[in-house]
Design a protein around this ligand. Structure first.
Ligand SMILES: *Cc1c(COP(=O)(O)O)cnc(C)c1O
Length: 372
């Protein structure tokens, strides 16, 4: 699904030098590399504060803690997402309120959000799934109307530009009260281990986030609240500084691969290629197709597997059907699109190093199966 080895080969001298530089400096935690990465990331995203942390799941958890969400508060979230988004809501004893997604973008439906709001609702967590922005105009409007926090899960869409109805643009993750991202190796901006970051334009919130991520500490050995310990290693920061410079080129490579797939499948009615929202760029964390009824998805994945083509299903079980949420009453909302999608989607290899030869082999193989 990803080819991190070929990607590394192309930037090897710079990466090796950066890693050795940190080792020789012996500033492994909170060293100058972390500070520099933080500033470069702020510039790239056009946001006031970037607070690096240990991973994307921590970024979500710390954000919810820093916003002061309390047990029992309701948090509206898509069910069709990676489990981390909803898991931290459960971990903090908040109540996840799952809503359906849009059938074209697969992103959270603003109409469904509006229907799910109660007096206990405190926040919305839009997830920019597969690399395309949610309808942030609509979501910010709903949030403003009902005084709700917006916590963007930007783990799959770093570098994505969103165009507002008024013509202005912003990077995803910088639009809501706070944005969370992950530097897991296979993410669009991945390090060589675990990493994550939180963004905000709010100075007070940034201080609160820093405090929560650092044992609730206001000054050394003075702990004002129960926080956690979540840091980005200096070695990972040094790697990320190099890869951040490549990010726009990586996004272009992903878009080129997506365009190849689109062309190859244009005349196959059994396949629906990813929808492109007019308001959002697509940074193609995943290239996810919908398969028409009547074609067996498991057989297709197995067929491709035999030809050494890894196809994946993101995600086979939506959050509202996971055992971890069995105790919650989540049967009230209409989840028909989510339920349908989880049975029909599949994702093809998507990364920065796909060659035309590989793309040709993959698309021919998919077509072969469908025409059988
Ligand atoms: C990867 C991912 C996360 C979690 O990131 P980690 O760094 O693995 O903790 C959260 N949300 C979404 C949508 C993701 O894809």
């Amino acid at each position: 699904m990803v080819d991190l080895k070929s990607q590394y080969e192309k930037i090897k001298p710079a990466i090796d030098k950066a890693i050795i530089g940190v080792v020789e400096s012996s500033q492994y935690i909170n060293g100058p590399e972390v500070k520099s990465f933080q500033q470069e990331m702020e510039n790239y995203l056009g946001v006031k504060h970037v607070i690096p942390c240990a991973n994307g799941t921590d970024a979500l958890q710390i954000s919810m803690m820093a916003l002061g969400l309390k047990p029992g508060d309701e948090v509206i979230t898509p069910s069709y997402t990676y489990i981390a988004t909803t898991e931290v809501i459960g971990l903090l004893r908040l109540k996840p309120v799952f809503v359906d997604c849009e059938s074209d973008t697969f992103n959270i439906s603003p109409e469904a959000i509006e229907k799910a709001i109660t007096p206990k609702t405190k926040a919305i967590v839009p997830v920019h799934l597969y690399g395309q922005s949610c309808d942030m105009d609509a979501i910010m409007k709903i949030a403003k109307k009902h005084s709700l926090f917006v916590i963007e899960d930007n783990a799959q869409a770093i570098g994505c530009d969103y165009s507002f109805a008024d013509g202005t643009t912003a990077k995803t993750g910088t639009i809501g009260d706070v944005g969370c991202t992950s530097f897991f190796p296979s993410k669009n901006l991945g390090c060589y281990g675990d990493g994550g970051a939180i963004c905000t334009n709010n100075d007070d919130l940034a201080n609160q986030i820093r405090m929560v991520a650092n044992h609730g500490q206001s000054k050394r050995y003075y702990h004002d609240l129960v926080g956690c310990n979540s840091r980005l290693d200096s070695i990972q920061a040094a790697i990320l500084r190099i890869k951040l410079r490549e990010l726009d080129r990586y996004i272009e490579n992903r878009n080129n691969a997506a365009a190849f797939y689109d062309d190859a499948f244009a005349d196959i009615p059994e396949l629906t290629v990813p929808y492109r929202s007019a308001q959002s760029k697509h940074v193609f964390h995943q290239y996810t197709l919908q398969l028409a009824d009547g074609i067996n998805r498991d057989d297709l994945v197995e067929y491709l597997g035999k030809k050494d083509i890894p196809a994946m299903i993101y995600y086979p079980v939506p959050a509202h059907k996971q055992k971890m949420f069995d105790h919650l009453d989540v049967t009230c909302a209409d989840m028909s699109i989510t339920d349908w999608l989880t049975t029909r989607v599949f994702s093809l290899p998507m990364h920065t190093e796909l060659t035309n030869q590989q793309l040709k082999y993959i698309t021919e193989s998919v077509k072969e199966f469908i025409r059988k």
